[in-house]
Design a protein around this ligand. Structure first.
Ligand SMILES: [Zn+2]
Length: 199
């Protein structure tokens, strides 16, 4: 799956995650799951992601969005399984005309949360939390899952997303930068690898 390449690039860029994950952002408790008081078994939590959500993250590629997130928590004695289902859309900037571009988001992710001695990230899908903890802020996970869905290059494209650049803005941009050559179309799935220094 070519998608996994992007995922790896993204993941290793953002390691170490554990510390950041447990920082409470802006003191908000909107996306905190209090699992300590839950009985064993499955429990559903619904969250809504809006513009304010993205503004809590520094340098977020996404500034606007509207996404419903369903988190199914399966609590067991030694771990929890979390299933995230995300559906909605985000608004990013078009790399060509700089206007808003709407991208649909439909994503399913799984996270295993083990109860252990010390907090750590075992892998992309497995984290360990202290047995002394009783709640988990899932906002960082949701943010990462959504970010993974955003291609490195975003342009209005009739075929790809049924949207077109504003012709007036394109004309103005052309006038401003008469020397600039048209960027050839690229496969955005590989864009994630371009920034990597292989030496
Ligand atoms: Zn555009």
């Amino acid at each position: 799956m070519p998608e996994s390449l992007d995922r790896k690039v993204f993941f290793f860029t953002f390691v170490p995650l554990v510390k950041r994950r447990f920082e409470t952002m802006s003191g908000s408790r909107e996306y905190v799951i209090n699992y300590g008081s839950l009985p064993f078994g499955e429990h559903e939590f619904e969250f809504h992601i809006n513009d304010a959500f993205f503004q809590r993250f520094e340098n977020s590629l996404v500034q606007k969005g509207d996404i419903d997130v369903l988190v199914v928590v399966d609590k067991k004695e030694l771990m929890m399984l979390l299933d995230f289902t995300m559906e909605g859309h985000v608004i990013v900037e078009c790399d060509r005309c700089l206007e808003d571009l709407e991208l649909p988001i439909e994503s399913y992710e799984e996270l295993i949360v083990k109860f252990g001695e010390k907090e750590e990230t075992e892998s992309e899908e497995v984290i360990v939390v202290s047995t002394k903890e009783y709640e988990l802020d899932v906002s960082q996970f949701i943010y990462e899952y959504i970010s993974l869905q955003i291609p490195m290059r975003n342009v209005h494209d009739e075929e790809e997303n049924g949207q077109t650049c504003d012709p007036e803005i394109l004309k103005t941009l052309e006038k401003l930068q008469p020397q600039q050559e048209e960027t050839p179309p690229t496969d955005s799935r590989w864009d994630g690898l371009k920034g990597i220094n292989l030496n």
